[in-house]
Design a protein around this ligand. Structure first.
Ligand SMILES: NC(=O)c1ccc[n+]([C@@H]2O[C@H](COP(=O)([O-])OP(=O)(O)OC[C@H]3O[C@@H](n4cnc5c(N)ncnc54)[C@H](OP(=O)(O)O)[C@@H]3O)[C@@H](O)[C@H]2O)c1
Length: 285
């Protein structure tokens, strides 16, 4: 059976891709960056390989016998040419036939984002590719923004009244598993969003209804947001990226709902209400 390598397998999306692939009975190899993790294969996973985009000595074992690849750009990697191209080149030379890349909605229109650079590399490499151009993850709320919700009952995001077509990473995992195991998605790009476009004020209303306590949305200035995120230990570069993303949201650039996720899932995408309900414990005091 073909081996599928999932990079970023310990992350938000990779974890869900692994679940989706295992449910389809495929042979999954997951990549981890910590040597200690290579000895702990999650149940059902065939192999765990040590793999680091910036460590070429990890490439041979990671890519050996791999037919298809789920590719995640780690958020900390900004220099795609230096830090991702060597692994992509190696994978293609080693015989990987299809790469499914976790990209960003609008990457085709914004050549400055790292995702656009990865897409270009894949398109020029000769390998079959599929771009999953994802909207904003609902799960950012229970990770990056969780502390404000738990400690202050507040969504503290500088996005104004801009709308966001959020997607649940569980849906991305299900779509990726389908695309990795079925023919017909080669050299296709899918914008993936949920089926609703919400302001953060509306997200706060949903949270209020589902969590049983009032949740507010305060729309801080980018400066106040940066100050708070610095206090929480986030790096300056990451805070700047977040401020940039929330500026585009404020300007209405994250609002478009696309039908492809529903088509590929064969059901409506997970709603914000369902996401909050499923993560109520994470938002509890
Ligand atoms: N957040 C959003 O709303 C959104 C929307 C669209 C697209 N995206 C894109 O999605 C990607 C992030 O996905 P995610 O949230 O699932 O990731 P994540 O939870 O931040 O996890 C990052 C993963 O990358 C691995 N990793 C880190 N450094 C690595 C390296 N040098 N070599 C190999 N693997 C490495 C980590 O492994 P270890 O645990 O072993 O360190 C981890 O599995 C980014 O490219 C982001 O721009 C995000």
């Amino acid at each position: 059976m073909d081996t599928i390598l999932v990079t970023g397998a310990t992350g938000n999306v990779g974890r869900e891709v692994v679940k989706g692939l295992l449910a389809r009975g495929t042979r999954v190899r997951v990549s981890v960056t910590d040597e200690a993790d290579t000895r702990r294969a999650p149940s059902g996973v065939a192999e765990v390989a040590l793999f680091d985009f910036t460590a070429p000595e990890t490439f041979p074992a990671a890519f050996d016998g791999v037919a298809r690849l789920f590719l995640v750009r780690p958020p900390a990697i900004g220099n795609v040419k230096r830090d991702m191209k060597p692994a992509i080149d190696y994978a293609v030379a080693a015989g990987v036939g299809h790469v499914v890349f976790l990209s960003l909605v609008g990457a085709e229109r914004n050549r400055l984002v790292p995702h656009a650079k990865v897409e270009k590399l894949l398109q020029q490499s000769g390998v079959a590719w599929t771009m999953l151009r994802c909207g904003f993850f609902m799960q950012n709320l229970d990770t990056t923004h969780r502390a404000d919700i738990v400690e202050h009952d507040d969504i503290f995001i500088p996005a104004g009244n801009g709308r966001t077509a959020f997607i649940d990473v569980r849906d991305i995992g299900a779509v990726a598993a389908r695309v990795l195991t079925e023919a017909g998605h080669e050299n296709a790009a899918y914008p993936l969003t949920g089926s609703e476009s919400l302001t953060y004020g509306e997200v706060a209303e949903i949270m209020t209804a589902e969590l049983g306590r009032p949740i507010t949305y305060s729309d801080p200035s980018p400066l106040a947001f940066a100050r708070r995120m610095r206090e929480r230990g986030y790096a300056g570069g990451f805070i700047n990226v977040m401020n940039g993303i929330y500026l585009t949201t404020r300007l209405g650039m994250a609002a478009t709902v696309y039908p492809q996720a529903a088509e590929l899932l064969g059901r409506p995408p997970i709603t914000m209400r369902q996401y909050v309900r499923d993560h109520a414990a994470a938002f509890g005091r």
